[in-house]
Design a binder for this molecule. Structure first.
Ligand SMILES: Cc1cc2nc3c(=O)[nH]c(=O)nc-3n(C[C@H](O)[C@H](O)[C@H](O)COP(=O)(O)OP(=O)(O)OC[C@H]3O[C@@H](n4cnc5c(N)ncnc54)[C@H](O)[C@@H]3O)c2cc1C
Length: 389
């Protein structure tokens, strides 16, 4: 868990509130939510009423005005109890950062102020079946018609699907406008005529995030819902979406790694054999493996928190460090969950225990775009001065 001394004075009480919600509410519902693939309604309601959902909304609009450090810390705290709840919270926060980046007065009043009051959930709907992991190349079309925009196409894997009040989506340039390679970001309200959802996607892990495919058939929305300028989508992707999303996921998978480590430490530190009276952790190889797990967890944590600070400070090297974080958190979560599963023996291997969930949830890290392979490639390209794409 993030120790109190690495958090700022404004963030520490928010992290305390998140710990309390995670301990009393998230932990109590995590197993059932995972088993029934049920959205973490109780956790999200508690986060909204504590106004933790206002984390990234600017202070002058009533939010907490926190940045990447806050996003990492709170995602980690929640994900240690339920990775799905961490993901649902994180996607809302990233969506709110995207809206805030270039918000107009209309968008401040209709989206950011309700988010600041804990009355509005948003989320990212960027991925599409056609472009898959290359989520920054949308095929959804948008056409201007006076003060209205008409949007058609399909978005896949939308977290918080049926529970969000709005969706940040990406589209091709408005028909007849813009150059090749330019894309737009728009804000879509829920339940608009022409929008329909497939049944929830049932994943191997991250089972409670209510991920669904959204079909848009000539959905009409106000032109005031354009985010930034036409053609701004790549700016949003690399300046806002990627940094905030990657830090949110780094925090989430760090929380999964922490949960796996906690289970392993608790088991090897208490399991005693009847025939010898020996503690399991007293076996040198077991203590050695636990020590390796702690070292990897702490190294990953330091990388992530240092990248978050660099990101918040606008450090010139921040982006490479941010790319590295989600890749490292994914690797660490998968490895530690796997190791813990071995060290915890039959107790860890039981159906739908905390560790079983951690192992399944961790595997989503390598699939969620930008994927681990992509991120490591981008870091390498940045280090030798090559363009990322
Ligand atoms: C639990 C979960 C929640 C999600 N939530 C959201 C959400 O809220 N919003 C959203 O917009 N999207 C979301 N996504 C979508 C996600 O971010 C990815 O876009 C999507 O899972 C990848 O698409 P695909 O399955 O078509 O993979 P594919 O594009 O088929 O890729 C398959 C694999 O091949 C790899 N690959 C592809 N090209 C290369 C290459 N050139 N070199 C090396 N490897 C390559 C990829 O990295 C990937 O591992 C979510 C996904 C999951 C699993």
């Amino acid at each position: 868990m993030p120790s109190r001394n690495i958090l700022s004075t404004s963030l520490a009480p928010l992290a305390e509130d998140a710990r309390e919600i995670a301990r009393t509410i998230t932990a109590a519902h995590a197993e059932r939510d995972d088993r029934e693939a049920r959205w973490p309604a109780e956790t999200m309601a508690a986060l909204s009423s504590a106004r933790l959902t206002a984390l990234l909304v600017p202070a002058d609009l009533g939010g907490h005005g926190e940045g990447m450090l806050g996003l990492v810390a709170i995602s980690e705290i929640l994900a240690a109890e339920s990775a799905s709840a961490g993901l649902c919270y994180a996607m809302h926060c990233v969506g709110s950062a995207v809206i805030a980046a270039k918000a107009t007065d209309y968008q401040r009043e209709h989206y950011l102020q309700p988010i600041a009051r804990g009355e509005h959930l948003t989320t990212l709907a960027l991925s599409e079946p056609g472009s898959g992991a290359f989520f920054f190349y949308p095929e959804v079309t948008a056409r201007r018609d006076g003060d209205t925009l008409e949007v058609t196409g399909t978005k896949s894997f939308v977290t918080n699907a049926a529970h969000a009040d709005s969706y940040v989506i990406s589209t091709l340039p408005f028909t007849g406008e813009g150059e090749e390679g330019q894309f737009n970001c728009l804000l879509l309200d829920r339940d608009l005529p022409g929008a329909s959802w497939d049944e929830p996607w049932h994943g191997f892990g991250m089972r409670s995030n209510d991920s669904r495919t959204l079909h848009l058939d000539r959905v009409r929305l106000p032109a005031a819902n354009l985010l930034g300028e036409p053609g701004d989508q790549l700016w949003y992707v690399f300046q806002v979406i990627a940094p905030y999303f990657l830090m949110a996921m780094a925090g989430t998978y760090l929380g999964v790694a922490q949960a796996a480590f906690d289970e392993a430490r608790a088991h090897v530190g208490t399991r005693r054999y009847a025939h010898s009276g020996e503690l399991l952790g007293a076996a040198p190889v077991v203590a050695h493996r636990l020590g390796e797990m702690w070292t990897e967890l702490e190294a990953t944590r330091q990388l992530i928190y240092s990248a978050a600070r660099k990101g918040d400070a606008g450090h010139p090297d921040a982006l490479s460090a941010i790319f590295a974080c989600k890749a490292a958190a994914g690797d660490t979560a998968v490895r530690l969950a796997n190791e813990a599963m071995t060290l915890c023996g039959g107790a860890g291997y039981r159906e739908n225990g905390r560790l079983t969930r951690a192992l399944r949830d961790a595997r989503a890290a390598h699939v969620m775009a930008p994927t681990t392979d992509m991120l490591k490639t981008w870091v390498g390209r940045a280090l030798i001065g090559l363009p990322l794409l």
